[in-house]
Design a protein around this ligand. Structure first.
Ligand code: CU
Length: 274
């Protein structure tokens, strides 16, 4: 019989697969970190509201904490897999209890969680605070499958609405405040001042979502919901419906135009003249 090359012993095989598994853990961890950073900096549109900047900041803090914890845990996991892979005769060290270790890994996450929750609650109450009385007001209405807007006319007041009234935007003809209201498929907001967006739906539930604002709010049949935000940049931003509202849901995209007060006033005057 000819001599065949020695097949690896079971111990050698186990050692090799332990090394490979450790490397796999490190490589996948690295891919995970790169994926998270790519999603944050390449996919996420720049935030263009005061509120959005604060929300993004909190998100970034959370992401940083998660990434640090993720990297530490997976570096250690890979290291343990490689360092303590099978070595023949040694038996594993076993201890059932370690008070200092347990207190540490309970207390540290607890402190971090509580701190993040407090930061989140404070931010939430700031973003949802009552709007100032001089805020720019616009009503945005969703329907299957599009968006439109209603602006107060020269009197600065939106007319009363009642969903039982079968007129455009359900505006009550008895209310004089509604007679000069301007309706348009164009949604305008004014830069550098608080904007109060009243949200109504003509039919089913929709959701007003402008990713660059970092804010989202549902439109509920029979109710008026609202969002208050301060845009910090002029421009045209994507608006999407974030609620599966029917077969044409995917077509329910639009634009929100953030303009200066002068640009808006000029546009509103032109609407009145038509
Ligand atoms: Cu919708």
């Amino acid at each position: 019989m000819e001599a065949t090359p020695q097949a690896p012993s079971p111990l050698e095989e186990t050692q090799r697969s332990g090394l490979a598994l450790g490397l796999v853990v490190w490589v996948f961890s690295l891919l995970g970190v790169l994926g998270a950073l790519y999603a944050r900096w390449a996919w996420t549109p720049h935030s263009v509201t005061v509120e959005g900047a604060s929300i993004q900041h909190l998100f970034d803090v959370i992401l940083a904490i998660i990434l640090v914890a993720f990297v530490l845990v997976h570096l250690l996991l890979g290291y343990f897999i490689v360092r303590y892979r099978a070595r023949g005769s040694e038996s594993a060290l076993y201890f059932p209890h370690h008070t200092a270790l347990e207190v540490t890994y309970t207390a540290v996450p607890a402190v971090v969680m509580v701190a993040l929750s407090v930061a989140g609650i404070l931010l939430w109450s700031r973003v949802h605070a009552a709007p100032p009385p001089d805020a720019f007001v616009v009503e945005v209405r969703g329907e299957q499958f599009g968006w439109s807007a209603r602006y107060p006319g020269p009197d600065g007041k939106l007319g009363r609405v009642d969903n039982r009234i079968q007129r455009p935007f359900n505006v009550d003809p008895e209310d004089p405040a509604g007679r000069d209201d301007v309706t348009s498929p164009e949604i305008y907001l004014v830069v550098n001042r608080p904007n109060r967006i009243l949200l109504r739906t003509r039919d089913v539930q929709h959701s007003f979502w402008v990713p660059a604002f970092r804010l989202k709010k549902d439109l509920l049949p029979g109710a008026t919901t609202e969002l208050v935000l301060t845009p910090t940049q002029r421009g045209e931003f994507d608006l999407a419906c974030a609620e599966l509202c029917g077969v044409g849901h995917y077509t329910m995209a639009g634009k929100v135009r953030v303009v200066t007060q002068q640009e808006f006033d000029r546009w509103l005057r032109q609407q009145g003249r038509r």
